[in-house]
Design a protein around this ligand. Structure first.
Ligand SMILES: C[S@@+](CC[C@H](N)C(=O)[O-])C[C@H]1O[C@@H](n2cnc3c(N)ncnc32)[C@H](O)[C@@H]1O
Length: 437
């Protein structure tokens, strides 16, 4: 519990949860890492409620990481069927361990014992009080909820409900190596039932470490949300095309592009460390890296500054999977909503517009650019495209349609997150722009 609390304290201080967890959980024995990770994620999913409960329970906010320890323990107590006495004991023990550090007293352990036991005694009343606070009730920051209500007056509650659930582990079957029915059969024989969510998308009924997924290390499958799997399909690829993946790291979509067709791919990202992950992904999928059809070149480069890296040869296809608020993938990255600030949306939308304008001249006449964000905020989707189309007479937005495995056709623009048995995906914005010849 101590490592989960330290990671949560760092997230409350502005750090991404996966980075904080990596640091704090790596010091633990291997068997304790997954439980620490689960505890931290459970707490981040209930962070709005936890803050409101803490405000009710604490006369004065305790120092970190004691505050975070209280959040983690409360999150455990909110889970159904938890052994309550064990949770309180674990929290007290973790606080005692902190107390043995120089300069600490046993006060934190007593404080946790008292407040957690009070929560157990007054649970219903405390939950009722905190229900009046939308941030607690919906576990999202208030400004974020306002934005959702404004953009999606009919759908905002279902977006919030889906975002608060845990996402399934979804796989993309590498069509170059195996077919979806064959792979699903293989999973079933290995005692891993799955359900189909797209032409190459399968969700495992039970999540498990990637090393245990059959064929993962050999690149027969990759982990990728079913909604993210639309990108490569919507780009309308054909063998021999020159393709730019402009914000490519960690390479989930780059490898998908190469699985779809023998294209000459240039995958760029501004972040050198993340670029290394593109290369690792392509290697795992056993996709060649060089400048010929069916291969990829990976470069550290700024998509908004083609003058610093473009060789002047136009692209037939451009994928711009732009940095965004991540408001569509909250169920996979629950820390995103707590780390973002309202003003970030304007900065991100400006950055997206700059990249779009900078990359447009690199497209060959008749070529296509797919603009993607994993956001549900109109400011990072429809608004960016509407402004771009007003300025670019030579750009045309092509209607997009997707057929789900049950045969239902859907017009694709803003894809809202869903968690139905046969429609289970994150939220994305997609716009396909063609350059008039
Ligand atoms: C949404 S992620 C891309 C995910 C990736 N397409 C995939 O499917 O695995 C956005 C990426 O944009 C990169 N990025 C941010 N600013 C950039 C810039 N100016 N030029 C290129 N890449 C940038 C970030 O480093 C990040 O890796």
């Amino acid at each position: 519990m101590g490592a989960a609390a330290r990671a949560l304290a760092d997230m409350a201080g502005g750090e991404r949860l996966p980075d904080a967890l990596q640091r704090h959980a790596s010091a633990l024995p291997i068997a304790s890492r997954a439980p620490a990770r689960d505890m931290a994620y459970q707490a981040v999913r209930r962070f709005g409620r936890l803050q409101a409960l803490a405000a009710q329970l604490n006369r004065q906010p305790p120092r970190q990481p004691i505050q975070a320890l209280q959040w983690v323990a409360l999150a455990q107590l909110l889970e159904p069927m938890r052994a309550e006495a064990i949770v309180v004991d674990q929290a007290v023990l973790a606080a005692h361990r902190l107390a043995t550090e120089p300069g600490r007293s046993s006060g934190p352990a007593n404080f946790l014992n008292a407040t957690l036991r009070r929560f157990l005694r007054e649970r219903d009343a405390l939950l009722q009080v905190t229900d009046s606070d939308p941030q607690a009730r919906f576990d999202h920051p208030e400004w974020w909820l306002q934005r959702l209500r404004q953009d999606w007056p009919q759908d905002w509650e279902s977006i919030v409900a889906v975002s608060n659930r845990q996402a399934p582990l979804t796989l993309r079957v590498n069509r170059r190596r195996t077919g979806l029915p064959d792979y699903a059969q293989r999973l079933s024989e290995a005692g891993m039932p799955s359900r189909r969510l797209g032409p190459y998308a399968l969700a495992l009924e039970q999540a498990l470490p990637v090393e245990l997924i059959p064929g993962f290390a050999q690149g027969e499958v990759s982990v990728q949300d079913a909604g993210a799997q639309l990108a490569a399909e919507l780009l309308d690829l054909a063998d021999g095309q020159r393709v730019l993946d402009a914000c490519a790291a960690p390479g989930g979509k780059s490898s998908h592009l190469l699985e779809c067709a023998d294209v000459e791919l240039l995958a760029i990202d501004v972040d050198a460390a993340r670029c290394a992950r593109i290369t690792a992904n392509l290697e795992r999928c056993q996709l060649p890296q060089a400048d010929s059809p069916g291969s990829a070149t990976v470069r550290v480069a700024d998509a908004a500054r083609p003058d610093t890296w473009w060789d002047g040869r136009p692209f037939d296809r451009i994928l711009l999977d732009a940095p965004c608020s991540a408001s569509g993938i909250v169920r996979r990255h629950p820390d995103a909503r707590w780390l973002r600030r309202r003003g970030d949306l304007t900065t991100l939308a400006q950055q997206q517009s700059r990249m779009l304008a900078a990359l447009w001249p690199l497209l060959t006449p008749g070529g296509k650019l797919l603009f993607v964000t994993c956001s549900v905020f109109a400011q990072e989707g429809e608004a960016v495209i509407a402004a771009f189309l007003r300025q670019q007479a030579g750009a045309h937005r092509q209607p997009l349609e997707w057929v789900w495995p049950d045969g239902t056709r859907e017009t694709i623009g803003q894809l809202l997150p869903r968690s139905d048995p046969d429609r289970d995906h994150d939220g994305f914005f997609y716009a396909l722009l063609t350059r008039r010849p």
